[in-house]
Design a protein around this ligand. Structure first.
Ligand code: ADP
Ligand code: ADP
Length: 228
């Protein structure tokens, strides 16, 4: 599904963020990228949706080189969730989730219905929360809205950068488990960045362990990683 072959990234200031990375993510698989701060996890994620261009190497999705796909079309197929989800502060929650379906030309009624479905899916009652504004939700709830909005385009691929990082630790465990169930149910291919090895082991079908300097140390199932 997603294949990185010999991918490196050196930023303009000479920082080597990712070094000779080769990695495959299967369809419907959840892969966690884990490692210390600054080891190139976010850069790797951003190269997949072309927010960052690799210096060398090839990234393919379904056998197609991403540099040959129009970036706008590419990103339609890839949901992107970051730690501080950028919700529109002056729009109610339902409107925030409706944005993507509306952009794709859905009618208002269909987009609203879709938004409510997705909110229920991530465990946010649309009746209760749909008419609130982002600042009237807790951190955990805002993060759910971010996931719902990313799912609104029904992308086969989700890229998530510390999606549960800003959430209260008690709520985080519940969100992680709910998200895992949701991912399995929807069959999405997910690449998730975290600095938390426990989270990586809990969520990942496979875990890619990075070291400083953007090197991949290990890539294996949690069970085999823990056996070492
Ligand atoms: P991680 O997600 O693992 O914390 P990043 O991919 O964000 O790591 O960063 C990897 C390295 O690249 C770090 O040394 C970081 O400072 C550097 N870096 C990230 N973005 C840029 C940029 N736009 N310009 C220069 N250096 C960058
Ligand atoms: P969490 O533990 O998920 O961070 P909080 O303690 O922040 O939750 O919030 C608990 C409840 O209070 C939630 O149901 C949330 O919707 C509600 N809430 C939080 N902030 C506000 C606010 N400014 N206005 C109205 N309700 C709020």
């Amino acid at each position: 599904m997603i294949r990185l072959s010999g991918v490196s990234k050196t930023y303009d200031d000479g920082t080597v963020a990712v070094r000779e990375l080769s990695l495959e993510v299967g369809r419907g698989e959840l892969v966690c990228l884990v490692g210390p701060s600054g080891c190139g996890k976010s850069t790797t994620l951003k190269m997949i949706n072309r927010l960052v261009e690799p210096s060398t190497g090839v990234i393919e999705i379904d056998g197609q080189d991403v540099t040959h796909v129009d970036p706008v079309r590419l990103r339609r197929g890839i949901g992107y969730v970051i730690q501080q989800v950028g919700l529109f502060p002056h729009q109610k929650i339902t409107a925030n989730v409706m944005t993507v379906p509306l952009l794709y030309g859905e009618s208002k009624a269909t987009a609203r219905e879709r938004a409510h479905e997705l909110m229920s899916l991530v465990g946010l009652d649309p009746e209760q929360y749909g008419d609130r504004y982002p600042h009237q939700l807790s951190g955990g709830q805002r993060q759910r809205v971010g996931v719902a909005r990313a799912l609104a385009a029904d992308p086969p691929v989700l890229l998530m950068d510390e999606p549960f990082g800003a959430v209260d630790p008690v709520i985080r465990g519940r969100l992680q488990e709910e998200f895992r169930r949701l991912q399995q149910e929807l069959g999405k291919t997910v690449v998730l960045v975290t600095h938390d090895i426990d989270e990586a082991v809990l969520l990942g079908d496979r875990v890619a362990v990075f070291a400083d300097g953007g090197r991949l140390l290990q890539y294996d199932t949690p069970a085999r990683l823990l056996a070492h």
